[in-house]
Design a protein around this ligand. Structure first.
Ligand code: EPS
Length: 395
């Protein structure tokens, strides 16, 4: 079983990740991870923290000479900002801990619900872990999962679909255009391949910043090259779509998820939803549509697996909403914590890591997890079975 854990507070010493269940024999180094971390830091509308941090990973264990050992992998991402916070957020006695106390919870963040749950009068003890800073560790872990998937010719992509009320013209990603789309998205300030929409999104973010507002939006994350047969309907918790939906929802500020065109599919009759099945001797079994998002009955069907995450506007507003000071229960405005105006592009990169984790877990479940090469041999046998029995030519 593949699993991972992260630890660390936003202004503490750093973030730590531990991955258990990765096979031996995967080639990876710190530069691979750092490239992913840099992608997460980008995005128009990101806050001042991104000019302090230049996220770099140190791999502590589980990798030797650039190859995974099969043992637990651990890594560290130092918080450069800790230099400014060590007397406030250090593990030992802090001489300035009382200087950044929070008693005016931000509507929409974990401040109040977390303080109630953990009986914390200083809500900084909540927001430090609830912060989206934690997602840097997920992206680092996601690099390992992506490397595993690439050994099976499975590639992850993401694109921003909307920011606020600005919606991009949609371009479906497929094996034929993924490299070209990825190039366009990587140079976009908002990870959107519609340059006209990108311009409008940037303007909208500038307006939000000027008005003390924040913005949410939506993004698509997908995986091409996924073989049929991952996940299962036999038990509720093995359905691949429910696993992926949960992983996307676990990203801070995500409040809705759809698998494939799940939302639009509710508005049209069945004959316009379900992806008809065709066969010809050259292609084998194929489909002309993929509104199911590559998953039917909780099982991957060999089409692109795609999902969309819907992100609420970030709770910190520089024109704060009404809240309560929990010291005297008087009505006051919520605290203002340095924050992003819009982090939808960053959330898309985090979504890639979470989708990669879900699919890597399903691959490990189906093809084993001790040795990368043996998993690939098992996959070759599976592909032969798919071709021979199911006339499947796509993988
Ligand atoms: C973030 C780091 C945080 C926030 C932001 C994202 O750093 P700081 O709190 O020092 O500014 O900027 O987190 C949030 C917006 C949030 O609401 O949690 C990061 O590294 O992505």
């Amino acid at each position: 079983m593949l699993r991972f854990l992260t630890s660390g507070e936003s202004h503490g010493r750093g973030l730590i990740g531990i991955i258990e269940g990765m096979p031996a024999g995967i080639k990876i180094d710190e530069q691979d991870v750092n490239q992913e971390l840099q992608r997460r830091q980008k995005g128009y509308g990101r806050g001042g923290r991104m000019s302090i941090e230049s996220d770099q990973v140190e791999i502590f264990a589980g990798v030797r000479n650039g190859i995974t050992l099969g043992s637990p992998i651990s890594f560290l991402i130092n918080n450069r900002d800790f230099a400014n916070w060590q007397d406030i957020m250090g593990a030992g006695e802090c001489s300035r801990a009382d200087q950044r106390i929070i008693n005016r919870p931000r509507p929409g963040h974990a401040d109040l619900s977390g303080a109630i749950k953990y009986n914390q009068t200083d809500m900084r003890n909540i927001l430090e872990r609830a912060s989206a800073r934690e997602t840097a560790a997920r992206v680092a872990a996601g690099t390992f999962f992506k490397k595993l998937l690439e050994g099976f010719n499975i590639y992850i992509y993401s694109q921003v679909i909307s920011i606020g009320n600005v919606r991009a013209i949609y371009t479906e990603v497929n094996p034929g255009n993924i490299n070209q789309i990825r190039e366009a998205i990587e140079v976009s300030q908002v990870r959107c391949c519609d340059s006209a929409a990108e311009k409008e999104m940037v303007e909208l973010i500038d307006m939000a910043r000027a008005n003390g507002e924040s913005l949410g939006g939506s993004f698509e994350v997908g995986a091409i090259g996924v073989p049929p047969g991952l996940g299962s309907y036999v038990s509720w918790d093995r359905r691949l779509d429910s696993q992926i939906a949960g992983l996307m929802m676990s990203i801070p500020a995500i409040k809705a998820v759809e698998i494939g065109a799940g939302i639009n599919n509710t508005t049209v009759p069945g004959s316009m939803v379900h992806d008809e099945i065709f066969y010809d001797v050259k292609q084998g079994i194929y489909r002309k549509t993929n509104r199911a998002g590559g998953i039917e009955g909780g099982i991957s069907n060999g089409e692109t697996v795609w999902t969309r995450g819907y992100m609420k506007p970030i709770p910190t507003l520089y024109k704060p909403l009404t809240s309560v000071n929990t010291l005297d229960w008087e009505e006051e405005t919520a605290v203002i914590e340095r924050s992003d105006i819009c982090a939808v592009p960053a959330a898309a990169v985090v979504g890639e890591a979470m989708l990669a984790y879900g699919l890597a877990g399903a691959i490990v479940e189906k093809f084993g997890s001790d040795t990368f090469s043996q998993m690939q041999e098992a996959y070759t046998c599976y592909r032969d079975y798919m071709k021979k029995v199911w006339k499947w030519e796509k993988i």
